[in-house]
Ligand binder design. Structure first.
Ligand SMILES: Cc1ncc(COP(=O)(O)O)c(C=O)c1O
Length: 402
């Protein structure tokens, strides 16, 4: 049997990817990896290696917890990102962080339950929690992340009808989406203490942990799951390899990992994204992996520099932002009552786009309107400089109109 290229009659005009691009607009909305940083040839080679080693293992149903070689590789690699070392029994391979969150919802929540959610938060995760039937109670940041006190206050605000003994708390504690903020270690430890007392499971979305511009001496988050069953850490290859592969992992208490690895979904379908996980494993254990990751992180840091430097020149007074130490995003804030949601159509007429803060701030719409998330991850430095120029012009103009 041979497989030839598709002929014209079988080609479809339906979309292939979620973000096809918008002509004439530099889109600083989505947190994507730039085209030239996506591995192409490397993935072809990795697939060939996986198939060469054992075709049956590469394309059969995958082990429930994820392929053993990838679990072992992750157990060896995660200590380079965290303070602590998980055993393979505490790791589950997932179909990305989103799927990890979904599995946690299945295991730990029921429709109608309350879920605490950091605010501002990764809007699509909040949407996902809501689509699982959960009622969100925001835990507001003070600009440096959440605290034990606000967690306590959020617990007190739970509707009286919610009798559930446990609840989950979704947060992005490191290089947050959308704010770029990382919770300091002292603050983190207070938060964990409070969560433990109140039996709250911290579901930490750590997809930006590997994208850290602070260098090797940067403080690393403790990998508490080994000693604390109330913490789950979600990771992903979406931001460091390619999102279409749908491969990620979670680290959690071994009993929870066992529960997830033996649920009905896994019993029937095997570990998710198995062949893609085998490809990722072949890529990760290749000699070029560490160098490739360092190159990628350096690249993102250069993009961060290009955009933050250009914004410093281009933005009108009254707008501020911090220089993020990792991740993909800059969180722009108006010091006055400039409405960045109303300014979006003006920006798009100037050929640049972003996501207004209203998408990420739960509840307080006024605060949301005075903020915006702009992603530096998806474009080359020259394009980012041009985007900053357009944004500066647009926001100047939007203010004149207001
Ligand atoms: C905080 C956060 N979590 C999860 C995701 C999606 O990750 P995945 O592709 O692994 O599902 C993103 C992507 O933007 C994100 O920013």
């Amino acid at each position: 049997v041979s497989v030839a290229g598709a002929n014209a009659s079988t080609r479809s005009h339906l979309p292939v990817s979620q973000l096809p691009g918008r002509p004439g607009i530099i889109d600083l909305g989505p947190g994507t990896v730039p085209r030239r940083a996506l591995p192409g040839r490397e993935l072809v080679d990795a697939l060939a290696i996986a198939l060469d080693e054992s075709p049956v293992d590469a394309v059969g149903y995958g082990a429930n917890q994820g392929p053993g070689p990838l679990l072992s590789w992750l157990a060896g690699w995660l200590p380079t990102l965290y303070d602590g070392a998980p055993t393979t029994a505490e790791i589950l391979v997932t179909a990305g962080a989103t799927s990890g969150l979904d599995r946690i919802c299945t295991a730990l929540t029921r429709p109608g339950d309350v879920a605490l959610c950091q605010s501002p938060t990764y809007h699509l995760a909040a949407g996902h929690l809501q689509s699982r039937g959960l009622r969100l109670v925001p835990v507001a940041d003070d600009g440096r992340g959440p605290t034990g006190e606000v967690l306590e206050a959020a617990l007190a605000r739970r509707p009286p009808s919610s009798q559930q003994p446990h609840c989950i708390y979704y947060l992005v504690p490191v290089h947050s989406n959308p704010t770029g903020v990382t919770v300091g270690i002292d603050r983190w430890e207070c938060l964990v203490r409070r969560a433990r007392e109140r039996e709250v499971t911290l579901v930490c979305d750590d997809v930006y942990v590997p994208i850290d511009f602070r260098g090797v001496d940067a403080p690393r988050m403790p990998l508490d799951t080994v000693r604390d069953p109330l913490i789950v850490r979600l990771g992903s290859f979406s931001k460091i390899v390619a999102p279409g592969l749908r491969v990620g992992w979670l680290v959690a208490d071994r009993a929870l990992v066992q529960q997830l690895a033996s649920d009905g979904l896994t019993q029937s379908g095997g570990g998710p994204s198995h062949t893609a996980a085998m490809i990722v494993h072949a890529l990760c254990q290749s000699t070029g992996w560490e160098a490739r990751l360092r190159w990628l992180v350096r690249r993102f840091a250069e993009q961060r520099d290009a955009l933050t430097d250009a914004l410093a020149d281009a933005l009108p007074p009254g707008l501020t932002y911090d220089r993020p130490q990792g991740g993909f995003f800059i969180w722009l804030r108006a010091l006055d009552d400039t409405d960045l949601a109303a300014a979006l159509p003006v920006a798009e007429r100037h050929g640049v786009s972003y996501v207004p803060g209203t998408a990420f701030v739960l509840g307080d719409q006024a605060a949301g309107r005075r903020s915006a998330r702009i992603a530096f991850s998806g474009h080359e430095p020259d394009t980012l400089r041009e985007a900053a120029r357009r944004l500066g012009d647009a926001l100047q103009r939007a203010r004149v109109i207001a």
